[in-house]
Design a protein around this ligand. Sequence first.
Ligand SMILES: NC(=O)c1ccc[n+]([C@@H]2O[C@H](COP(=O)([O-])OP(=O)(O)OC[C@H]3O[C@@H](n4cnc5c(N)ncnc54)[C@H](O)[C@@H]3O)[C@@H](O)[C@H]2O)c1
Length: 282
Amino acid sequence: MPVRTIGIIGAGTMGSGIAQVATAAGLNAVLVDVSEAAVDKGVAIVARNLDRLVAKGKMSATDKDAALDRITRSTAYDALRPADIVIEAATENLELKVKILKQLDPLVRPDAIIASNTSSVSITKLAAAISHPDRFIGMHFFNPVPVMALVEIVRGLQTSDATHDIVEALSEKLGKTAITVKSSPGFVVNRILLPMLNEAFFVLAESDADPPAIDDGMKLGCNHPIGPLALADLIGLDVLLSVMQTIHDEFRDSKYRPAPLLKEMVAAGYFGRKSGRGVYRY
Ligand SMILES: NC(=O)c1ccc[n+]([C@@H]2O[C@H](COP(=O)([O-])OP(=O)(O)OC[C@H]3O[C@@H](n4cnc5c(N)ncnc54)[C@H](O)[C@@H]3O)[C@@H](O)[C@H]2O)c1
């Protein structure tokens, strides 16, 4: 089944990025969020990114307009009926994701695939919430979606080979390189990366180093392109905390405990770039 129309639930950081790569690849995208303002904000991000590509001569103005025309905006899940695949990219919260999947399940075509962009929730657990768990899979994009080359394809225990193969072909069509991983807490990349970002908040709280010093340390000392605190701001401190909590709950290993300073900053609403303030101010 070649994918022509991708439904996306959640028009935030990730959903808007997925909409951008889908329409740039010539596919149709149906972008759904809880309010018109949220959907419009997502499409505005796509438009701004495409404008930049046009300014750099990497895309023609006509192609940009055509890409934006391929995005359908909606606040109703009903708009997702024509989709070949629906990618859930809503807020990282197990109960919310299960609720969304139960609403979506009876609406989608019987042969449609449902995927989740979750960073940490078990794909096996989410698959159990719908009537065709064999057609459920994790499609874990990285932030910023248009820039990052990787997609982790996450197989739950119930995911069929056919579902996997369609999603692998779709990832390639979107210009991504895929690695296939089993559903386990943090999958591969976040299980390694996020404990390092979490550790940077312990260092910030306990050492004399200020944020630029910590970030410069890891950039210059480890050749990382971006420091851990700047990366945490990009990912979203709320997202980082939620994923650390899930990995900690699943493994019950204290090495994954979220840093108290990270919890404090999230409680203060310092979510990072998206809220204008995180470790740094924007
Ligand atoms: N931010 C990252 O770096 C990153 C990377 C990989 C994966 N993820 C995952 O992607 C998902 C989305 O993260 P994000 O960073 O885009 O979050 P975000 O906060 O930027 O966007 C989430 C969007 O979901 C919407 N939403 C909430 N409930 C909804 C509902 N019932 N129906 C439709 N939309 C709803 C919100 O209004 C919001 O616009 C999460 O599961 C997260 O773990 C995030």
